[in-house]
Design a protein around this ligand. Structure first.
Ligand SMILES: CC(C)(COP(=O)(O)OP(=O)(O)OC[C@H]1O[C@@H](n2cnc3c(N)ncnc32)[C@H](O)[C@@H]1OP(=O)(O)O)[C@@H](O)C(=O)NCCC(=O)NCCS
Length: 224
């Protein structure tokens, strides 16, 4: 969850078609693959708040929206997301966070269509090299927290990751981050946890067959 970007993995978003989904190609991948923007992950979010919210994959033209989103986060939210005081994102970080390959690195954003498509929440995974595990991280704008967007992002990310050959999610969060921990514990996935110092480690299979129940924040009408 610390989400420290590296400089060498900004990926192109153009090129080859998306790979087939399904368990048969669930193999460790060592490098990012270039794929097209996955429009099938877009959702209209009805019934979460009385706003016109949309969920969609992040795009490389989201850089300014991401900077604006970050500028509206409270210091506490930034600290819980990055484990550091980070009032501004560097250009390199913005590039890393908005340029993904949609397979090994995927971010979903929730945008407020009634406010110029302002980003109000982001969830992402990054495949840990040579594994089928994705490390996940989430951040929701303070005025949109506690509305179920965290649950929704985990749910949609897990489905997308499973379709792209990942089998597990892992995360590191702060022990005091009850909201984030509640999302994992109430997700229906078989979560295992451990703690060290102030950090809380979470790991779980994202196999839909192992999920005990759907996300509590989702009903079929809210993501169609
Ligand atoms: C953690 C975070 C992503 C949760 O997103 P969210 O949209 O507010 O979460 P949801 O509305 O889906 O609620 C998640 C659960 O946490 C609970 N919760 C939310 N805030 C809480 C708080 N401050 N204390 C205790 N529980 C809280 C909710 O009741 C809900 O519980 P449920 O599982 O019983 O429904 C969001 O608060 C956030 O962005 N925080 C700052 C960044 C951060 O902490 N990122 C994660 C670690 S890197």
């Amino acid at each position: 969850m610390r989400g420290t970007p590296s400089s060498d993995d900004a990926a192109s978003v153009e090129g080859e078609p998306a790979p087939d989904s399904g368990a048969s190609d669930r193999a460790p991948a060592g490098s990012s693959r270039d794929v097209a923007y996955p429009a099938e992950l877009e959702r209209e979010l009805a019934g979460i708040v009385e706003r016109h919210l949309r969920l969609r994959p992040v795009r490389s033209d989201d850089a300014e929206r991401l900077v604006a989103f970050h500028s509206r986060l409270s210091p506490g939210s930034i600290y819980r997301r990055y484990f550091a005081v980070r009032p501004l994102l560097t250009a390199q970080e913005v590039s890393h966070l908005t340029q993904v390959d949609y397979v090994d690195r995927l971010a979903l954003v929730v945008v407020d269509a009634g406010a110029g498509d302002a980003i109000v929440a982001i969830g992402r995974y990054e495949r840990i090299p040579a594994t089928t595990t994705g490390e996940v991280a989430f951040v929701v704008r303070d005025d949109f927290q506690h509305l179920g967007l965290g649950h929704l992002l985990l749910d949609q990310l897990a489905q997308a990751a499973w379709a792209r050959g990942l089998t597990k999610f892992s995360a590191v969060t702060l022990r005091e981050n009850r909201g984030m921990i509640a999302i994992f514990e109430h997700s229906g996935f078989p979560v295992t946890t451990s703690q060290r110092d102030e950090e809380y480690y979470v790991s779980f299979s994202i196999d839909p067959a192992e999920r005990r129940h759907a996300s509590p924040a989702l009903d079929p009408s809210s993501a169609e």
